[in-house]
Design a protein around this ligand. Structure first.
Ligand SMILES: NC(=O)c1ccc[n+]([C@@H]2O[C@H](COP(=O)([O-])OP(=O)(O)OC[C@H]3O[C@@H](n4cnc5c(N)ncnc54)[C@H](O)[C@@H]3O)[C@@H](O)[C@H]2O)c1
Length: 355
């Protein structure tokens, strides 16, 4: 992005990014810094602190979003509220925490932001709140959240939008399923997981029954939208919901699997076999993206195929590895498991060494 002196002036603003160490946050944060913003990054860092490299203009605070105070918001201009338990299975397993973090804490953050003079608040929600739809849905269609995760998103959307007024600009992004490279990689996301399986062992995992529709968006595209929303005319975005994705990047899951298998096979020169798993996934939604294109002139730049190639490149050159922390549900399960074990053996603040 090219900065003129005026836009530089505009961007000497501080953005409060919750969940900044997560999959989206660890791509968004350096992008904001490169664009001239200062960032106050707040995260529990469940996936490790190393995902955010130290940088000029970056302040890192390890805190839980359920324990924020007015002091955290001092000097903040904008909030992008990413912190959440970030998928359906984790939401089902940790229901109460998902309600508390994804809904209650975000509403409290938005209220606190407004009270302390923050000018804009962005809620990165999800297209999954459309649930199952036969028709193509847009931002004015009824929602049908089927899981704890989607219901928490929907409740948060309604509550934060009600705070919008002329001094507090609130925007909701309903993101398609994200794909692409991030320092905090998530192989539990469709394109990312398929690409890994196909590349590593020639076996591409595909969730039954494959007829479900799902829109996708590249991580560089959705983080570009976050910057665009910070800089758009308030009248164009205040109190608005935008689906974020594109028709070109919307797939029936079986077709998506075939595309990923073809691209990986072209790169590796080896055949890729599709392996079905799970019960048929009931979530299926076809989403319209006209609003963001006409109101903000935004169009997705990355195709699914671009994303597959980007991930394979990162796997090949060693930037990406599939550690246990790359599967969100399993990592939260592991943390709980080890927390119990460590608490039972820890003495005097240590395991083996005692001062
Ligand atoms: N990735 C996607 O496909 C996608 C799609 C639609 C919507 N979203 C939404 O975007 C947001 C970010 O998703 P992501 O993929 O980066 O998820 P992620 O799990 O990688 O990141 C979430 C971050 O929030 C932090 N966090 C969780 N609970 C916290 C708490 N109580 N206090 C402080 N930090 C906490 C975690 O440590 C993590 O770094 C989420 O709200 C998610 O629901 C993601």
């Amino acid at each position: 992005m090219c900065l003129t002196p005026e836009s530089w002036e505009l961007r000497m603003k501080t953005v409060f990014v919750t969940g900044a160490g997560g999959y989206i946050g660890s791509v968004l944060t350096p992008k904001l810094l490169r664009s001239g913003y200062r960032v106050r990054a707040v995260d529990r860092f469940f996936f490790g602190r190393d995902k955010l490299a130290p940088a000029t203009g970056l302040e890192v605070i390890q805190e839980d979003t359920r324990r924020l105070t007015d002091e955290h918001f001092r000097g903040i201009d904008y909030v992008i509220d990413l912190a959440a338990i970030s998928n359906d299975p984790a939401g089902e397993l940790f229901g109460a925490a998902t309600e508390a973090i994804n809904c209650d804490a975000r509403v409290a953050t938005a209220e606190r932001a407004k009270r302390t003079g923050v000018k804009r608040y962005i809620l990165p929600s999800s297209c999954s709140i459309y649930g199952v739809t036969d028709d193509v849905v847009d931002e004015s269609s009824p929602t049908n959240p089927l899981t704890v995760y989607s219901r928490a998103n929907e409740k948060a959307e309604r509550a934060v939008l009600s705070l919008a007024d002329e001094s507090f600009v609130v925007t909701v992004m309903r993101q398609a399923t994200v794909f692409g490279y991030s320092p905090r990689m998530r192989f539990d996301l469709a394109i990312n997981g398929m690409t890994y399986g196909a590349w590593k062992g020639g076996k591409l995992p595909l969730m039954r029954d494959g007829s479900q529709y799902r829109p996708m968006v590249h991580i560089e595209d959705t983080t570009d939208v976050m910057l665009l929303l910070l800089e758009s005319e308030p009248g164009a975005v205040n109190g608005q919901i935008f689906n974020v994705g594109s028709v070109a990047c919307s797939f029936q899951i079986e077709k998506l699997g075939q595309m990923v298998a073809r691209v990986v096979s072209e790169i590796t020169g080896s055949p890729v076999q599709i392996e079905w798993y799970g019960d048929p996934d009931r979530r299926s939604y076809r989403v319209a993206f006209d609003k963001i294109e006409t109101a903000l002139g935004w169009k997705a730049r990355w195709s699914g195929e671009d994303g597959v190639r980007q991930i394979v490149d990162a796997l090949r050159d060693g930037r990406l590895k599939k550690g246990p922390e790359t599967i969100t549900l399993e990592w939260y399960r592991d943390l709980h498991h080890w927390h119990r074990i460590i608490r039972s053996v820890e003495m005097y603040g240590s395991i083996l060494d005692i001062e």
